[in-house]
Design a protein. Sequence first.
Length: 325
Amino acid sequence: MCTSISWKNGDHYFGRNLDLEVAFGQQVVITPRKYPFSFRSGETLAEHYAMIGMATVMEGFPLYAEAVNEKGLCIAGLNFPGNAYYQPEGAGEKHAISPFELPWWLLGQCSTVQEAHALLENTQLVSIPFSEQIQLSPLHWHITDAKESIVVECMKDGMHIHRDPVGVLTNNPPFDFHLYNLSQYMNLSADLPENQFSDEVELRPFGRGFGAFGLPGDASPASRFVRAAFLKLNAECEQTEDASVAQFMHILDAVAMTKGSVNTPAGKWDHTLYSCCVNTDRGIYYYKTYGNNQLTAVHLHHAELDGQALTCFPLEMRQQICHAN
């Protein structure tokens, strides 16, 4: 259960809520240009674009949940259970990439969505787990730059690459449903509505916000998609860094999951482990966690980007409070 958003407000901003019932050892990780990416297919990227994102580091490898490279290309993997399907190893002649390697593969070599799209056409995702203990997650991916977004879904009938004019992604059903579903909410508006009920009855709204009456408020993927799309596409904000980051986080807050509101079949509480916003033009990764609402910023370009070693930043998990007196 997750929501990702791509938003242009002067600079380009990309981020997501990661909703899960358990932590996965996540931390902000910067991968420099000369860190060697060794792929299970035998290919190696000895040099590539630098990138930053949230990852768990396993056996020295950054397993990114989402990441942005130094050129501003972004990717986020979101849960897609029951629909995601990865081909058996050796099933074709294209580049065979495991799903956990996809952020390295695309962000390491591509600077734009157009380049990523071209590379994906010669790529197939194959069912190679990281290890026997760490199996593959069923995912689909939101890939974006400052100009456009696409959604990549690998299913039993092959890889589907969808143009995403909304710049939003959540979870099931497949992406084409979400776009079609928006048609049910064409009447929503940020303005006050006019009386369409009857000429014979004088009706007036008795509060603000009636134009968006019917905007779904539950935590289901379809509802979060509609809500995030409406808020993002109607967002008004000054084109300053502080205002843009604050606005982006407000949109994510509106689709965040509160612990206690969604119970999993295993009896655990699904909740927003963290929310992040990346200024892709400046390489600044902002995040907050469920237990700490204060934003922390990690700067890609403050790191040694021509090195070979990962730079890891453990998350600030405890609530930070500014005491006025």
